[in-house]
Design a protein around this ligand. Structure first.
Ligand code: ADP
Length: 359
């Protein structure tokens, strides 16, 4: 199985999600990683075309599908299993079954990364995936335009809802790169995704220019990263792959910091035992006052909106759950339920003497 599951999502179609998935997967392969690409865009599986694949996957002795290998990349797609021109009407349970089959019924072997090209939008496949596996983090692809960014924000919100971390945003078609003179033209006004990433506290992974060769190479079945390994476009994909690897390791680090126990010792304190054995005891009301959610803290300025006198003296947690791999979601007795406290922040807030001295 794969060490890291990374869905690639976009709020809407046509932003280049599949193009980015394929080239990013190949760029990761180029960095020496073992990579699989699962085309879960069951409505319009375009990955086989982009990789020039026409053969059908085989079946191994354990009756598992064997992925096709191309340019060192392992690939499975609904497009490889459907007859050309065959249209399928997908309903929720069928999608869930297909996701399950693609994840568990495929002989993926030992992979470092399994990239999953999701259908556009925020529907059933995304939810199925989050229920079936523990996602390392999602990558969101957007173009620089406002409208595309707004839908990207919806995709980010959807992953937050199912407590799956977001590894970062890729801005595709950032600017036009003239193939003749190499001049950069900001046709959509680039930088929008970077700003959105900053506003939403999500890492920005990098930008891909609009280059005719990206479309031409995809259409011809040999993506740019393989067809033109030294091109500017390939360099952009490799830089994003490197940043992605960095973010994955950070996420894994966040996982290593995860609590092994979260409990209430008494009415006024919350106890967290960390993986390294350290114990933190937080006064409940203090933690409530430190809520990092957008309702309590202005995301842009960091200004605290929460009025301390509005929080009852005896406020207590009524529910505490680990949120994905990065934080603790707390529902409070005053009805507040939108705060997710990141592990690293919680650990930094540990009120014990030893931690205080270190600060
Ligand atoms: P999505 O998966 O989001 O629907 P695709 O990856 O199918 O989008 O891309 C849509 C079209 O845009 C394709 O024709 C593709 O070749 C083209 N395309 C994507 N990214 C770029 C880019 N950076 N430069 C030029 N063409 C691109």
């Amino acid at each position: 199985m794969a060490k890291h599951f990374i869905p690639i999502a976009s709020g809407k179609g046509g932003v280049g999600k599949s193009t980015v998935s394929v080239n990013l997967a190949l760029a990761l392969t180029r960095l020496g990683a073992r990579v699989g690409l699962m085309d879960a865009d069951v409505y319009g599986p375009s990955i086989p075309t982009m990789l020039g694949l026409t053969a059908q996957p085989g079946v191994d002795a354990q009756r598992r599908l064997t992925p096709l290998t191309v340019h060192g990349l392992q690939v499975i797609s609904m497009g490889l299993l459907m007859k050309p021109g065959e249209a399928t009407i997908w309903r929720g349970p069928m999608l869930h079954k297909t996701m399950e089959q693609f994840l568990k019924g495929v002989a993926w072997g030992d992979l470092d990364y399994l990239l999953v090209d999701l259908p556009p939008g925020t529907g059933d496949v995304q939810l199925s995936l989050c229920q079936l596996i523990s996602i390392t983090g999602a990558v969101i692809v957007s173009t620089p335009q406002d409208v595309a960014l707004n839908v990207a924000q919806r995709a980010i919100a959807m992953f937050a809802k199912v407590k799956a971390p977001v590894l970062g945003i890729v801005e595709n078609m950032s600017y036009y790169l003239c193939p003749h003179c190499g001049q950069r033209e900001e046709i959509f006004g680039s930088g929008g995704a970077r700003q959105t990433a900053e506003q939403l506290h999500v890492p920005f992974l990098g930008e891909i220019p609009l280059i005719t060769a990206i479309r031409e190479t995809s259409d011809a079945g040999t993506p740019l990263v393989v067809a033109a390994p030294d091109s500017v476009g390939t360099q952009a994909f490799v830089a994003i792959a490197e940043e992605l690897v960095r973010q994955v390791h950070q996420q894994a680090g966040a996982g290593a910091l995860a609590p092994t126990e979260i409990s209430r010792t008494n009415a006024s304190h919350i106890k967290i035992v960390w993986q390294d054995g350290h114990e933190s005891m937080y006064p409940a009301r203090e933690l409530r006052l430190q809520c990092p959610c957008a309702g309590c803290v202005d995301e842009m300025t960091g200004h605290v909106r929460l009025v301390a006198t509005s929080v009852p003296a005896d406020v207590q947690p009524v529910k505490m759950d680990v949120a994905g791999r990065y934080g603790v979601a707390i529902v409070w007795s005053d009805g507040h339920r939108t705060g997710i406290y990141a592990f690293d922040r919680l650990r930094a807030m540990c009120p014990c003497k030893a931690c205080e001295v270190r600060r």
